[in-house]
Ligand binder design. Structure first.
Ligand SMILES: C[S@@+](CC[C@H](N)C(=O)[O-])C[C@H]1O[C@@H](n2cnc3c(N)ncnc32)[C@H](O)[C@@H]1O
Length: 301
């Protein structure tokens, strides 16, 4: 088999860039492992059908990308930053103004301003309100109910948008604006099947679907076994390389889906800890797998 030249992906990342949007299952800690494990020439497009926070794209920094998610609010926000319609100044002004109104409803007050913004967002869908809610809701979660309404409760910190926090978020947006500048990236709201159907031989696909069998609520989505199997089947038939992130095992359980549906792929693994409490023994150890189309795995360093 001819040698594929080394990837143009930034392979040695010590510390990942952290994006402004938070979501459950965010891969910040796994970004160095993911990018070091993939071999891709970078001639085609980076296709990412389950974008979430975008942390993998924003660290991979391909020249061309078509990325998507079923959640239109993530896409609207990032599309706005990419096009320049959403500026750093607009983000700062929004968070300062709305943060001040939030502060006036506490401490010990009724927290009503968070819920006012949430109602307004569910009617009007303003991307800056989405960012405000995402950075002040419980655990930085993204969850929508069956009617498509954002329903995560308040984190119960009326002082949430203190100066340092607003600066941190606006710095994340400023750094993202720089990362996006001049890059041919397209943000689409669409189902993963449409994304896979659009792939060409030079492209590379990074996949990070929801946890199997859980109603994740990301955007009122379920991820049943049948859909997970379909994803594995269609990925194998792609004209280009792909890599999928998935948990492999914990101390208690093995993920049976990997041997069942991904035995054709090259597997790389990384130990990962999810912090569920303050002390060492409350950390949940998970082995995370990256399942890669044969020929697209980087040599082991
Ligand atoms: C595990 S998260 C991705 C996390 C992301 N890699 C990160 O590091 O932030 C899964 C994403 O898939 C999206 N999603 C769920 N069902 C989908 C579908 N049918 N098609 C496209 N995206 C979907 C969710 O909205 C969510 O953003």
């Amino acid at each position: 088999m001819p040698t594929i030249p080394m990837a143009q992906l930034p392979r040695a990342i010590d510390k990942a860039y952290v994006p402004p949007v938070k979501c459950q299952g965010i891969k910040t800690a796994l970004v160095p492992f993911i990018l070091q494990s993939i071999r891709w020439e970078g001639d085609g497009r980076w296709i990412e059908p389950f974008l979430g926070s975008g942390v993998v794209l924003f660290n991979a920094l391909p020249e061309r990308a078509v990325v998507s998610d079923v959640n239109p609010h993530i896409i609207d926000l990032y599309r706005g930053i990419h096009s320049g319609d959403i500026t750093v100044d607009a983000v700062r002004a929004h968070l300062e103004r709305e943060g001040e109104r939030l502060r006036q409803t506490g401490p010990g007050a009724d927290e009503s301003y968070y819920y006012e913004v949430r109602d307004r967002f569910n009617k009007e869908g303003d991307p800056l309100d989405f960012l405000f809610l995402n950075r002040s809701c419980f655990n930085g979660m993204i969850r929508f109910n069956k009617k498509g309404a954002f329903n995560v409760p308040f984190c119960r910190k009326p002082e949430r948008f203190r100066k340092a926090y607003v600066t941190r978020i606006t710095n994340q947006v400023a750094a993202l604006t720089d990362r996006m500048a001049g890059r041919d990236w397209t943000f689409l709201c669409r189902d993963w099947r449409q994304a896979l159907a659009s792939c060409r031989p030079d492209d590379f696909v990074y996949l990070d679907p929801p946890y199997i069998g859980r109603n994740t609520g990301y955007f009122n989505t379920k991820w049943p076994h049948k859909e997970a199997d379909e994803l594995a089947h269609l990925t194998r038939q792609l004209p280009c390389g792909a890599a999928l992130s998935m948990w492999k095992k914990t101390q208690q359980r093995q993920n049976a889906h990997i041997p069942q549906s991904w035995s054709w792929a090259v597997e790389r693994t990384s130990d990962h800890f999810y912090h569920v409490g303050a002390t060492e023994d409350l950390r949940n150890a998970v082995v995370e797998a990256l399942l890669i189309t044969p020929g697209f795995e980087a040599p082991i360093p």
